[in-house]
Design a protein around this ligand. Structure first.
Ligand code: DX5
Ligand code: ZN
Length: 225
């Protein structure tokens, strides 16, 4: 089985207008987003609080591409079915969120979703060595999770190592945090194929000025050519 390894841009709606999620999702998709990245934070695993399953279910009605749900919550397992019901296509859990990442990834797949595993900047690539056969995506955090607009932390070595470890397996490498036209090229060269970007996509735009979103995404795409 092979997967699409072309570069995909996944705007994070953490940087959208929280009073306007439906229109924001429509705008980024109309402007060329490949996936929509949804950051769920619990004020426990990370020091910030966003939204839960009912809001994610409401987003689903507007997402025509791929709804990529990034859980920054602990524990994960009790919420897996709720995010399946909410319509997540990909559900990503942090390897640091509990002692049983293997069980968590199995449960995500059993609930009918693609399974992602995320690594904080301080967590080594080796921590996912034994789950690559049951994962569809590895998310390499290039900021400490919790907030948009933080300074990029260089994880190129980790991406390169993961790309080697993954080999021919159908596993995406996603980068999350501080992605912009300056940081993207090296990450893609190292093997990443999904670029999450919040501030670098939403800055300067709005639902009344969605063309800026398109220009921002094109700037990222052009940087990697
Ligand atoms: C951080 C989130 C990211 C964040 C990225 O905890 O997981 O998805 O929104 O935002 P930027 O691109 O602004 O760093
Ligand atoms: Zn994220």
């Amino acid at each position: 089985m092979s997967i699409d390894r072309t570069t995909k841009i996944a705007p994070s709606i953490l940087s959208a207008d929280f009073a306007n999620f439906g229109l924001e999702i429509q705008a980024i998709e109309a402007e060329g987003a490949d996936w929509v990245h949804v950051d769920v934070m619990d004020n426990h695993f990370v020091p910030n609080l966003t939204f839960g399953p009912p809001a994610v279910a409401a987003f689903r009605k507007h997402v025509k591409t791929v709804m990529d749900v990034h859980l920054m919550i602990a524990p994960v397992d009790p919420s897996i079915d709720a995010y399946a019901q909410a319509g997540a296509d990909i559900l990503t859990a942090h390897v640091e969120a509990g002692p049983h990442i293997h069980r968590t990834l199995q449960a995500i797949r059993a609930a009918g979703m693609k399974a992602g595993v995320a690594l904080n900047p301080g967590t080594p690539a080796d921590s996912v060595a034994h789950v690559l056969n049951i994962a569809d995506l590895v998310c390499v955090m290039t900021v400490n999770p919790g907030f948009g607009g933080q300074k990029f932390i260089n994880m190129t070595e980790k991406v390169r190592k993961l790309r080697d470890m993954i080999g021919d397996r159908p596993v995406h490498i996603e980068i999350d945090g501080g992605v912009d036209p300056d940081t993207a090229p090296e990450l893609v060269a190292a093997g990443a194929d999904v670029l999450v970007a919040g501030s670098a996509v939403f800055r300067g735009g709005s639902v009344d000025n969605p063309a800026a979103y398109g220009a921002n995404m094109r700037a990222i795409r052009n940087s990697i050519r």
